[in-house]
Design a protein around this ligand. Structure first.
Ligand code: PEP
Length: 255
């Protein structure tokens, strides 16, 4: 089974009601390949999720940007995974570096969140990635392997996991990883999955890249054999997101 190209749009904490409606109109008018070729998932802030889901074209899906680690209850300010399921939200982004760094989410906490979200039927975009300091000290692979292991320790079925490799130094900085840099880590991650989880999971799990992807750099990145799509922040709010959705030119075959 080939890995279907996957494009996620992370809107982060952006947008007014009017702006959100404009972005949805832009997406609804975009000419893009069929959903057999590319899976598109956009992630508005929680408060806009039901609206976006109701207005968005049926071939695009929505994702929440976070959810609580366990069953809902007395957790003021949190949104439970069950609530997302109840609203028909299929995906959730977990472990984004902004949450890891600003809200101190540990590898283990992210692993618990991924496992819980999967257990109630959500699909998960699980984010991992090294800081600039970690890259410069040569520990990129050790860092992303530890982050992935914390997920693998809690998860036995990877069918509904998309792994997003997002080097922290490339997020929102305009400093994109080169195609070679990204491909190198994606290949190593796939080898890690092969050796630590299994051959089937390694061959079928989508590993997408995130970090300053835009309409100009997406095609070269998409051409790398182990890059199965993108998680896009800033550019997902702009018309060039449609160019990114169209970036896959050659269907990837199974390893
Ligand atoms: C992100 O936040 O997941 C991201 C990749 O952001 P940007 O594309 O703006 O670097």
């Amino acid at each position: 089974m080939a890995r279907k190209f996957f494009i996620g749009g992370n809107w982060k904490c952006n947008g007014t009601l009017e702006e959100v409606k404009k972005i949805v109109s832009m997406l609804n008018e975009a000419e893009i390949p069929s959903e057999n070729v590319v899976e598109v998932v956009v992630s508005p802030p929680f408060v806009f999720l039901p609206l976006v889901e109701s207005l968005l074209r049926p071939d695009f899906q929505v994702a929440a940007q976070n959810c609580w680690v366990r069953k809902g209850g007395a957790f003021t300010g949190e949104i439970s995974a069950e609530m997302l399921v109840n609203l028909g939200i299929p995906f959730v982004i977990l472990g984004h570096s902004e949450r890891r760094s600003l809200l101190n989410e540990s590898n283990e906490f992210v692993g618990d969140k991924v496992a819980y979200a999967l257990s109630v039927g959500l699909k998960v975009i699980a984010c991992i990635g090294e800081t600039l300091q970690q890259r410069e000290s040569g520990s990129t692979m050790a860092v992303v392997a530890a982050q992935t292991k914390a997920i693998a320790d809690k998860v036995s079925n990877w069918t509904h996991v998309v792994l997003a490799y997002e080097p922290v130094w490339a997020i929102g900085t305009g400093k994109v990883a080169t195609p070679d840099q990204a491909q190198e880590v994606h290949l190593e991650l796939r080898k890690w999955l092969h050796d630590s989880v299994g051959a089937e999971v390694a061959a079928t799990t989508r590993i997408i890249y995130g970090g300053s992807v835009n309409g100009a750099n997406c095609r070269e990145l998409a051409a790398q054999p182990d890059i199965d799509g993108f998680l896009v922040g800033g550019a997902s709010l702009k018309p060039e997101f449609a160019d990114i959705i169209r970036s896959l030119t050659v269907m990837k075959s199974q390893l």
